[in-house]
Design a protein around this ligand. Structure first.
Ligand code: FMN
Length: 393
């Protein structure tokens, strides 16, 4: 069964069901890049697990009409309370990559956030989506490259910049080193040889990859005087791309639209982001891919909400796999959540059709959860619908 047929199967009933399909379709190196986290993967696991510590307080026997899932994020009315998070190398998971994900998001009435580490031109991603698209900025290639990307994003009609602040260096994802991701991306033909048998086990993926021309450089990171950054430069470029608060001030001078600061885990950083002019923040640990052993995002949410809720829109991401997770985060003060792996597994499994299905599963999940809670809208959710461990507040 190919990926598209597999995800259309009635047996795909929740997000977790996409994971084994993705694992079968794509080579181990790519799957582990998508699935894995930093070091001991403590935070990766905890992101999902910690949602179980929050329980619901439903209001039963309530008559509800239509449920309203809409939210307003940065002035955009979204049909759903979740956005698609930036996921680097999406084009490696499926040739449609970032364009496919953006198109599925737009069709569902929500926003897509494009990673700097995109294999598709930002103009094509924007043109593919009927919804709002935000650009996630790393300072790879220095300020010259960032300025060019900001100018292009503005001209193409991107609505917001998302500045990720938790990537002082790239976290060490040990699976990438063990399974050949590094060699696949940047190694010589000679270095790739040991991994060829594994690639041949995934002929559907391999054909798509070869037809797509292999991995291009980064079309949105144009080094002044040189051209697109080749993939071989990425790790070194990330290490030199740490964003500081001074950089954020520089970015604000160049981008007059709203800025989302992504990667906040403490009230202090939340307040700092507000002082530096952020319009929104995302409480995030990068899906457990950067500093391991930081708290789960949902665990960090109450502290950040308490510090900044009335001054800035609070988003969160990390571990969201079910509609109940989305609803819990919103009850705890998030305006909306970002989903990363929840759609990336589906993209790897079946391209745009997979992402469309994943969004639909999450949408019906959220609506069912609202009905079972006895709440008619996302806007009406609040702290009274959940029990949160006392130690979190
Ligand atoms: C494969 C992969 C690549 C990612 N690439 C980026 C990126 O380029 N920029 C960024 O800000 N976050 C990146 N993230 C982090 C996501 O935006 C998001 O914070 C994270 O996936 C949320 O956790 P979740 O996957 O449990 O939903 C990436 C995540 C994954 C899984």
């Amino acid at each position: 069964m190919n990926g598209a047929h597999a995800v259309a199967s009635p047996r795909v009933v929740c997000i977790e069901d996409f994971r084994p399909i993705a694992r079968r379709r794509i080579p181990r190196a790519v799957f582990d890049y998508l699935d894995g986290g930093a070091e001991g993967e403590v935070t990766l696991r905890e992101n999902c697990r910690a949602f179980q510590d929050v329980t619901f307080r439903p209001r039963h026997a309530v008559a509800l009409g239509k449920c309203d899932l809409g939210v307003r994020v940065l002035g955009f009315d979204l049909a759903l309370p979740f956005l698609l998070a930036p996921v680097g190398y999406s084009r490696l998971m499926h040739p449609g990559g970032e364009v496919a994900a953006a198109r599925a998001a737009g069709a569902a009435g929500t926003a897509y956030i494009l990673s700097t580490i995109s294999g598709h031109k930002l103009e094509n991603v924007k043109a593919g989506s009927s919804g709002p698209v935000f650009y996630q900025l790393y300072l790879m290639g220095g300020r010259g490259a960032a300025e060019a990307a900001i100018d292009r994003a503005r001209a193409a009609g991107f609505s917001a910049l998302v500045v990720t602040i938790d990537t002082a260096v790239s976290g060490i994802r040990e699976r990438d080193y063990r399974n050949g991701m590094k060699e696949l991306i940047s190694g010589s033909v000679f270095e790739k040889i040991p991994y060829i048998p594994e690639l041949l086990k995934h002929p559907g993926w391999l054909m798509g990859y070869l037809r797509d021309g292999g991995l291009p450089g980064l079309p949105n990171v144009i080094i002044p005087g040189k051209g697109p950054m080749p993939l071989v430069d990425i790790n070194a470029a990330l290490a030199a791309a740490a964003v500081t608060w001074a950089d954020l001030r520089w970015i604000r001078e160049h981008w007059k639209g709203p800025i989302v600061v992504k990667g906040v885990l403490t009230g202090d950083d939340g307040r700092r982001a507000v002082d530096e002019g952020a319009a929104a923040i995302s409480v995030s640990n990068h899906g457990g891919r950067q500093l391991d052993c930081v708290p789960a995002s949902v665990r960090a949410l109450p502290e950040v909400v308490k510090a900044v809720k009335d001054q800035v829109e609070v988003l969160m991401d990390g571990g969201v796999r079910r509609g109940t997770d989305v609803v819990k985060a919103i009850c705890m003060g998030a305006r909306a959540v970002l989903c990363g792996r929840a759609y990336a597994y589906a993209l790897a499994a079946a391209g745009e059709a997979g992402v469309t299905r994943a969004i639909e599963i999450l949408r019906t999940d959220v609506e069912r959860t609202l009905r079972l809670l006895g709440c008619a809208s996302i806007a009406a959710l609040d702290r009274s619908y959940v029990n949160v461990p006392a130690a979190w507040e």
